[in-house]
Write a protein that binds this ligand. Structure first.
Ligand code: AMP
Length: 221
């Protein structure tokens, strides 16, 4: 099987997580969400969680060194040997450069940066309607992807929650940071011929089919 080392680029709420998760299933490689790792550490009050908490809850980025070290430790695990999907990393040019260095040390390189381009007004709508399961991390949307059990998780019956950083004020900060700090990565990967555009408006019921097509088209399978 071909090794696929993929990253997902796009604003918070652009649908990176959902697409990354489906692509991970299709390619049988892990989806690594830095946001999920931080949230799990915060929940368990680990030293990393204590350090990251104030940043994540105010919508700011956790410092590059700390985030990159966490990603490196994760990429060294055995399940990444046939590839991985990074969801939410890198988010700064410094992180992208650190990623290139660590991958080189591991004898790997990025296959593609999957890029989702979604307008800010749509992002606002998506983030304010987002609900997540605190137990299994499943993600829902009150309009686009509702749980069949209303405010209860379809999968594990836990009450759904609104992420602390999904309030309008924090969303604004996150979008500003995306525009100023993360967007330059589009050109970084484009200039390396690695940028691959992914549709941000695919109907949920057709998402798996769409991702399977994309995987074939990009020559990843
Ligand atoms: P996400 O779930 O991807 O929206 O991430 C939630 C929060 O985790 C972000 O707002 C940041 O505070 C933090 N975070 C996630 N990924 C990174 C990253 N690559 N660099 C710095 N902070 C991050």
């Amino acid at each position: 099987m071909k090794e696929s080392n993929i990253i997902f680029l796009g604003a918070p709420g652009s649908g990176k997580g959902t697409r990354a998760s489906v692509m991970g299933e299709v390619l049988s490689i892990p989806q690594i969400s830095t946001g999920d790792i931080f949230r799990a550490n915060i929940k368990n009050s680990t030293p990393l969680g204590l350090e990251a908490k104030s940043y994540t809850e105010s919508g700011k980025l956790v410092p590059d060194e700390l985030t990159a070290k966490m990603v490196k430790d994760r990429l060294l695990l055995d399940d990444c040997k046939n590839g991985f999907i990074l969801d939410g990393f890198p988010r700064t040019l410094a992180q992208a450069e650190m990623l290139d260095v660590m991958l080189k040390e591991m004898g790997k390189e990025i296959s593609y940066a999957m890029y989702l381009d979604v307008a800010n007004e749509e992002i606002m709508k998506r983030l304010t309607g987002r609900r997540t399961c605190p137990k299994c991390q499943a993600s829902f949307h009150i309009e686009y992807k509702p749980s069949s059990k209303g405010e209860i998780c379809d999968i594990c019956d836990e009450a759904l929650a609104i992420r602390p950083d999904d309030n309008p004020e924090t969303i604004k900060t996150r979008l500003e940071i995306y525009d100023t700090t993360t967007k330059p990565l589009i050109e970084y990967y484009n200039s390396q011929g690695k940028l691959y555009k992914v549709a941000g408006d695919v109907d949920m019921s057709k998402l798996r089919e769409y991702i399977e097509g994309l995987v074939k088209e990009a020559g990843l399978a």
